[in-house]
Design a protein around this ligand. Structure first.
Ligand SMILES: C[S@@+](CC[C@H](N)C(=O)[O-])C[C@H]1O[C@@H](n2cnc3c(N)ncnc32)[C@H](O)[C@@H]1O
Ligand code: SF4
Length: 378
């Protein structure tokens, strides 16, 4: 019997064509030489990680994120996918790639298909040209629409990212996002509330008074509008910020919310393996020098005790429409979920769906989720 555990692998590609004003992800505008060098190191890291982990795991999801993985040339992209498949036992149910519309071409999508990609997640953000320009996006509406149409010609599930709470954004803009996404048969939409991060161009523009941020009520209203509009177009909200048609959920991201093992490779990538969280360095120098020494660059962030694991399991699962799997909790922790969380289950009963198998927050209360989750942490 194969008693190996399943694993999701995340690979970070820290390069972008240009930087967007709001973004503080680990990424830079590198040239082709820098990207090729990085991919060589990535392959070495994949081999080192496989020596350590491949005997214990079969890989069922692979996710290339960034930065902009679609910026890689097709040879580098295929090499990385091949390296994972050659070194790990892969039984992939999903292979996702993040795509910035300004980098997508038919040639790249051909290469994705050959490499086994099943899902593309496209950074659309908005279909309004004024907002896209303000965000510093390197594409316009026409380009984003064209790339979704192109992706739909391939056997990929297609996801689009939508940002809400943007300065100058109107309700009509987010309603239009749902309309256009649905008209183009986009399978999945992720909705992100703008987060103003220190040190970004966006935070400087706000400080100088050149952009006016939305207040909390306005942000909440825009977010709610997006959720309602997507629902009306037939998207099911299966996680607080994620919507899918016809069950086309992101299997890799589900691993994060179900607290299942994932291995992060590449600059600044994070991993959760059992009760250990690790993270990779976020500078090229540190990352390269560790690999040159033949040592995995991951450093331990946290060894999570049982109380911490329970807390994470419950908090993450409450983000999901499916909610907490009661039997799974009891098996994992040898406890009695209903007994241990009696306080929250009684206090918040009216906000929850509770049956023998599952406990979940009702759809209409997901927006006040944080107030409910704190009761589960008492
Ligand atoms: C790594 S990016 C996606 C791929 C590609 N880099 C792109 O932007 O097209 C992941 C998503 O995170 C979201 N995001 C990034 N920074 C954000 C911020 N400060 N606030 C809210 N959402 C953000 C954007 O929607 C973005 O599409
Ligand atoms: S949002 Fe995407 S494309 Fe823009 S800088 Fe961040 S990672 Fe790069």
């Amino acid at each position: 019997m194969d008693d190996r555990k399943s694993l999701g692998i995340y690979i970070h590609i820290p390069f972008c064509r240009s930087r967007c004003i709001y973004c503080d992800f680990t990424s830079c505008v590198g040239d082709e030489m820098a990207r090729v060098k990085y991919c060589d190191y990535l392959k070495k890291e994949i081999c080192l990680a496989a020596q350590k982990y491949s005997k214990d795991y079969t890989v069922d999801t692979l996710y290339l994120g960034g930065g902009t993985p679609s910026l890689l040339n097709k040879e580098s992209f295929c090499d990385i996918a091949k390296c994972v498949k050659d070194n790990f036992d892969c039984k992939l149910k999903e292979f996702s790639v993040e795509v910035n519309p300004c980098t997508a071409t038919r040639e790249k999508f051909e290469a994705f298909q050959k490499a086994g990609v099943t899902r593309v997640s496209i950074g659309v953000q908005s279909f309004d040209d004024k907002l896209l320009k303000m965000l510093g996006r390197a594409h316009d509406r026409e380009c984003a629409v064209g790339v979704i149409k192109l992706a739909k010609e391939y056997p990929f599930e297609v996801s689009a990212d939508c940002m809400t709470g943007l300065p100058e954004q109107r309700k009509e803009d987010v309603e239009e996002f749902a309309e256009v996404a649905a008209a183009l048969h986009t399978d999945h939409v992720s909705v992100y509330m703008l987060s103003v991060e220190d040190g970004t161009e966006l935070s400087r523009l706000i400080e100088k008074g050149m952009l006016t941020p939305k207040n909390d009520d306005e942000v909440a209203e825009l977010y709610d509008t997006a959720c309602k509009a997507l629902k009306e177009k037939g998207y099911e909200r299966y996680e607080i910020s994620n919507f899918a048609k016809d069950g086309k959920v992101s299997l890799h991201n589900l691993r994060y919310w179900r607290r299942q093992d994932y291995l992060g490779l590449g600059l600044s990538a994070h991993s959760l393996l059992g009760n250990i969280r690790t993270f990779n360095p976020s500078t090229f120098e540190e990352y390269y020098s560790s690999i040159d020494e033949g040592v995995l660059p991951a450093k331990t962030e946290d060894i999570i005790d049982e109380d911490g694991q329970k807390e994470e399991f419950v908090m993450l699962a409450l983000r999901l429409k499916e909610g907490i799997d009661v039997d799974k909790y009891n098996t994992l922790f040898g406890g009695d979920f209903k007994e241990e969380y009696k306080y929250a289950l009684t206090k918040d009963a009216r906000y929850l769906h509770i049956n023998d198998k599952r406990v979940a927050i009702k759809d209409e209360y997901l927006s006040v989720m944080n107030g409910i989750i704190v009761d589960f942490l008492k």
